[in-house]
Design a protein around this ligand. Structure first.
Ligand code: NAG
Ligand code: NAG
Ligand code: NAG
Ligand code: NAG
Ligand code: NAG
Ligand code: NAG
Ligand code: NAG
Length: 441
């Protein structure tokens, strides 16, 4: 079946354990890695001066793509590399990065012998996601939310855990029929523009993403829940699944913070708080009890996520009438619903880029032209507002809202879970979240 959609499947496991970090092995498993040491920036003033320089004008060097090509088609490799660099330039033209964003990009044959595990995804365009995520506290409502590493770096906190060497990973499947800007023949009616797809996915990796997800998709439960987060992993930190005795909570993403009901103007964080409060106070609840108490709430969010034009993203300095309408007009599709802009509103506009459905036979320039030749290019004005609101600086919005900085961990944090779940300021542990975006064609 051809779905023609950007389907994102999220496998989220968030851990909060001092000095333990995890990274994805594949879609379902994590491996333990060294978190690295605590880093204190030696010369904060120097950072600030550089920062001012960097704020002037876009500069592609702020968005660095490390590209690996593991197919024998060297012509395609060259084109793909150039497309990634162009995608990075496009993003760095809109967002004024203060710290470099580092991408690990790979073009590979998903079914080559050494890639047995990705072969299951041979009908997909690729995989993408943040390499690591962190949980940080919002000043205004004192709630911790999930931030991707690329965004956290932009806040230039003087002290922080050692960051992973890459911010975002992206793997494209060389078996797909892509159109590249360098191609001498025009785009075919069934070809997808590589660069356009790369920009779309990279913006998800930068934080254009909701962490509300189906509670029990296998059983078709009409219920959405924010990402489950582990507060304590037990003794060895070895991890395969959330165990019975693990303390858990739920967390939304920084993107979710700004999702509002367009009918009432209220924030969906109210639902997160509701669920969090129950989860935190009822760690011993059985699943039946959990559902008995929270199904109505989770079902209400599901209903919203499947009611046309009822949820929107409220950008900075704006009111409900300016909200960016999110995709809730389709049958619920994990990774498509909520995390994209409403197709029926934004198709053929300058903000088409972040809609869930890709259109074959059109190039980046076609989309810009169809959208009315927006001077900012393919990243439209509303898309830009969303990115500014979650924390990225732009020329017209140089001073975005930051969360509270990291706090250096204390030695003994085994009891930290308790204070953390009551939202006090303990968030210095390593957080891990696995988020793999699988792009279906
Ligand atoms: C990027 O910045 C460097 C130094 O600030 C400058 O030399 C270079 O020309 C810039 N590149 C572009 C494309 O603006
Ligand atoms: C980049 O990603 C590829 C595949 O996703 C992986 O094999 C490679 O080790 C990564 N590169 C680095 C330097 O981590
Ligand atoms: C949950 O169960 C554990 C042991 O099974 C117990 O130590 C703990 O006190 C219980 N917590 C609550 C809130 O009842
Ligand atoms: C909301 O925005 C609209 C359109 O920008 C404006 O006309 C209206 O006055 C604003 N309302 C408030 C309460 O700011
Ligand atoms: C977008 O434009 C296409 C082609 O002009 C048209 O068929 C389609 O209905 C338009 N979509 C919307 C939602 O306006
Ligand atoms: C969106 O617009 C494109 C033209 O850019 C058109 O081909 C496509 O059918 C439209 N999709 C919808 C759902 O209107
Ligand atoms: C954008 O510009 C192109 C070429 O200049 C033109 O053909 C096209 O009609 C313009 N698009 C819109 C929607 O005005």
């Amino acid at each position: 079946m051809k779905l023609n959609s950007f389907l994102i499947i999220l496998f989220i496991i968030l851990k909060q354990i001092y000095a333990q970090c995890f990274e994805p092995i594949d879609e379902k498993r994590v491996k333990k890695v060294a978190c690295g040491k605590w880093v204190t920036e030696k010369d904060i003033n120097k950072v600030k001066i550089n920062n001012n320089n960097k704020l002037v004008g876009g500069n592609e060097t702020m968005f660095q793509v490390t590209f690996t090509c593991s197919t024998s088609d060297t012509v395609m490799c060259t084109k793909a590399q150039r497309a990634f660099v162009n995608a990075g330039n496009t993003i760095a033209n809109t967002l004024k990065f203060k710290e470099k964003v580092l991408i690990n990009a790979t073009l590979m044959d998903f079914c080559a012998e050494e890639n047995i595990e990705t072969c299951a995804l041979k009908h997909h365009i690729g995989l993408a996601g943040p390499q690591r995520l962190y949980s940080l506290l919002s000043d205004d409502d004192k709630i911790e939310r999930i931030y991707p590493q690329a965004l956290v770096k932009q806040f230039q906190f003087p002290e922080h855990p050692q960051y992973d060497e890459f911010d975002i990973f992206i793997r494209f499947n060389s078996r797909m029929d892509f159109y590249f800007t360098d191609d001498t023949t025009p785009i075919g009616p069934l070809q997808y523009d590589f660069e356009f797809t790369a920009i779309h996915e990279l913006l998800h990796g930068l934080g254009f993403i909701s962490y509300w997800q189906p509670y029990d998709e296998a059983n078709n439960l009409k219920a959405l829940c924010p990402a489950f987060a582990l507060l304590n992993s037990g003794n060895d930190g070895a991890f395969d699944d959330i165990g019975e005795n693990d303390l858990v909570t739920v967390k939304e993403s920084i993107f979710d913070k700004y999702i509002i009901r367009l009918d009432k103007g209220t924030s969906i964080t109210e639902y997160t708080k509701n669920i969090e409060q129950y989860v935190v106070n009822n760690q011993n609840a059985t699943e039946e009890e959990f559902l008995q108490n929270l199904f109505p709430t989770m079902n209400e969010v599901y209903t919203l996520a499947t009611t046309p034009k009822i949820l929107g993203f409220l950008p900075h300095n704006s009111n409900v009438t300016d909200a960016v309408i999110l995709e809730t007009s389709i049958k619920y599709l994990a990774g498509s619903s909520l995390t994209h802009v409403d197709l029926s509103t934004y198709n053929n506009t300058s903000d088409y880029l972040m809609s869930y459905k890709s259109t074959p036979g059109k190039t980046v320039n076609d989309f810009i032209s169809i959208g009315g030749n927006y001077s900012g290019g393919v990243i439209g004005p509303k898309t830009k507002l969303v990115l500014e609101t979650i924390g990225y600086a732009t020329e017209s919005y140089p001073d975005p809202i930051k969360p509270q900085p990291f706090v250096k961990p204390q030695a003994n944090l085994n009891s930290a879970a308790i204070s953390s779940i009551s939202n006090s300021v303990i968030f210095s542990q390593c957080y891990i979240l696995i988020c793999i975006i699988i792009i279906l064609l």
